[in-house]
Design a protein around this ligand. Structure first.
Ligand SMILES: [Zn+2]
Length: 258
């Protein structure tokens, strides 16, 4: 096994543990609960989950997807979030090797997972993630690697400015809210971590996938696209992830076509 593969396996395991923590945040942050105390509990019977029943991904299958105490069904979303987080960590290590930017991008991808599921559940993007996230992204850009500090700062300004303008004009024209300010702050965070160069791919991918899923929903349900119950944050997160792994190639391919 090559060094790279060993690193990726270690990164997956570490990412899965971070995914376990992501589950705690997704569950507790919107309720304003402490994220440290008490330790993990069954959402049904509040029984404390002991460490050996709390191993990311594995415990879910060992327990047959049920709480050891009350046998209540555990949502498959828990191991899914853990696996997703592990997969993203491994992919970041594979893509960037070992350098300061790897830590930044792994944290960034992890924050996007937390934001995605909180937004899906509650239609909010917590400021306690997006605002410190933006500051952290700016701070990381000072470390040699990527993006450069100026790209990161312009990314914040243009990302927030662009979405805010859309938000503002949509409300003026349609007289109703399309996106929330949470999306504006999320795009600022994306700009901070990836630099302004990431914004075209992020916006393109998110609006394309968002429209496709929204129209698909309307066709299947026979309802107006406006009633589409999924918020925009997860699509922005997807767009950022696509740029993180494929952005440079996509931009080169597009410029090559010109
Ligand atoms: Zn239980």
């Amino acid at each position: 096994m090559s060094m790279h593969h060993q690193m990726a396996i270690f990164a997956f395991a570490f990412g899965a543990v971070m995914g376990s923590f992501a589950n705690v945040l997704i569950h507790r942050l919107p309720m304003g609960l402490s994220i440290v105390f008490p330790g993990s509990q069954c959402p049904s019977c509040s029984a404390r989950i002991r460490w050996f029943d709390n191993i990311p991904i594995l415990s879910y299958f060992i327990l047959g997807g049920r709480c050891r105490a009350c046998k209540a069904i555990i949502s498959p979303r828990y191991p899914l979030v853990e696996a997703l987080s592990g997969f993203l960590f491994a992919a970041v290590v594979f893509r960037f090797g070992i350098q300061p930017a790897t830590v930044a991008m792994a944290l960034f991808a992890w924050a996007l997972v937390v934001i995605t599921f909180i937004d899906l559940d509650h239609r909010i993007i917590p400021d306690v993630i997006s605002l410190p996230g933006t500051v952290l992204g700016l701070a990381f850009s000072v470390v040699p690697g990527f993006p450069r500090p100026m790209d990161s700062a312009v990314g914040v300004a243009v990302g927030a400015g662009f979405l805010f303008l859309i938000l503002y004009s949509y409300e003026k024209i349609m007289g109703e809210e399309g996106m929330g300010l949470g999306d504006v702050k999320l795009l600022a965070m994306i700009g901070a971590f990836l630099g302004w160069q990431a914004l075209p791919v992020t916006i393109l991918v998110s609006s394309l996938t968002g429209s496709l899923v929204g129209v698909g929903y309307a066709l299947i349900k026979g309802e107006s696209v406006r009633k589409f119950p999924v918020p925009f944050g997860p699509f922005l997160a997807l767009g950022a992830i696509v740029h993180l792994f494929f952005g440079v190639g996509l931009i080169q391919w597009y410029l090559g076509k010109l």
